[in-house]
Design a protein. Structure first.
Length: 377
């Protein structure tokens, strides 16, 4: 089983769990795993990496960081990510600094942010003396400040997202702070894809957009500012498009921007996929009877008699309103409230025509002469 599919103990896998839904993926590293897992469940995926991790050979600062730590051995080492620890060890080995680095770290007290970081530390032949209870860097710093860091040298492994506040807390506590950044974020290849994904969010053409790193969220929001659509983007993420973050660190920049993302209890990719499936099933799937048979709305898809029709945002808004009315007549004025861009009744009638053309069965919508429209129940 692929790691991204590791959702044991939860909702069983099926290849139509996400049928009818469109999901945006902003990650670069391990994006293939995430995309494949979503597509296996029936989702349409739009991929636009917000950032990518620079190859080690392009990262000239990493060895400088490493040498600084070798020259000033830290009393305390904070390891935040498993990937960063592995990458740091590999880069040090390649530069002939692996053994000296191991000796320095063995002499320090190592604190880790979470179980994956702990596993990487132990795989390197080292051991830790403490772990955050909630996998947050701030909680590790709390532990250190409770013990006291005045006069100590503390090295912190950054994880592509420099949490300046936590570093300042250490300095304010009297520590000398060193940092090492085993991976750095740079502009991705195919950077033109991100503006298209942002446009898709603004136009409500995505149901969910996933985030697996705080730097990617920052790059996503910065790109929206550069496009001049930040307000539209945030409005979509606060209303119709679900933001899904792999953990609280990733969620941080979204929450600062006033967006409340869904976050799995376990901060893992498999748990994120499970949460997306469960959230959409609970909030974005509706099934109801009509005079012609059962109808299901799944994201942008309307399913009837084994056939599915894909609806654009405006026709979908109309059909959801008709479905919610359960057969009651909705006047043109009622329906225009769901189409703020419609300037007159002619525009509404055109949107209704597009709706019928997109449905798997046009007769699901009935016209009530001189009154309006209703669901055919």
């Amino acid at each position: 089983m692929n790691a991204a599919d590791d959702t044991s103990g939860v909702t069983e896998f099926s290849n139509d769990q996400l049928s009818g839904f469109r999901i945006g993926v902003t990650s670069d590293r391990r994006s293939d795993d995430l995309i494949a897992a979503l597509e296996r469940r029936g989702a349409q995926v739009m991929h636009a990496p917000a950032l990518r991790i620079a190859p080690v050979e392009e990262d000239v600062d990493l060895l400088a960081d490493t040498r600084a730590i070798l020259e000033t051995p830290p009393d305390v080492m904070v390891v935040t990510t498993a990937y960063g620890m592995r990458r740091w060890s590999e880069a040090a080995d390649a530069a002939g600094l692996g053994d000296p680095l191991t000796e320095v770290l063995q002499a320090s007290r190592i604190f880790v942010r979470g179980p994956k970081a702990r596993g990487a530390v132990r795989a390197a032949g080292l051991d830790d003396v403490g772990i955050a209870h909630d996998e947050r860097t701030s909680s590790v710093i709390d532990m250190l400040l409770d013990e006291g860091v005045d006069g100590l040298t503390v090295a912190v492994q950054l994880h592509g997202y420099t949490d300046g506040q936590q570093l300042e807390r250490l300095r304010a506590g009297g520590a000398r702070v060193l940092t090492v950044e085993p991976y750095r974020w740079v502009k991705p290849d195919g950077a033109e894809r991100l503006p298209r994904l942002i446009d898709a969010v603004c136009s409500r053409n995505l149901d969910v957009v996933t985030f697996t790193s705080a730097p990617a969220v920052d790059a996503f929001l910065t790109s929206a500012i550069e496009q001049g659509v930040l307000d539209q983007l945030l409005d979509a993420l606060r209303t119709d498009v679900v933001a899904a973050a792999v953990g609280p660190v990733t969620a941080g920049p979204l929450e600062v921007a006033g967006v409340t993302p869904i976050i799995p209890e376990r901060f893992r990719m498999g748990a994120l996929i499970r949460l997306v499936c469960e959230h959409l099933a609970l909030h974005q799937v509706a099934e109801f009877p009509t005079a012609l048979g059962q109808v299901q709305i799944r994201g942008r898809s309307v399913v009837f008699d084994g056939r599915a029709g894909q609806l654009a945002p405006a026709p979908l808004a109309l059909f959801r309103a008709l479905a919610a009315s359960k057969g009651a007549v909705l006047t043109r004025k009622d329906l225009m409230a769901h189409l703020p861009e419609a300037e007159n009744e002619h525009a509404l009638d055109m949107a209704m025509s597009r709706l019928r053309a997109s449905l798997p069965e046009p007769r699901l919508v009935a016209t009530v002469v001189k009154r309006g429209y209703r669901l055919n129940v």
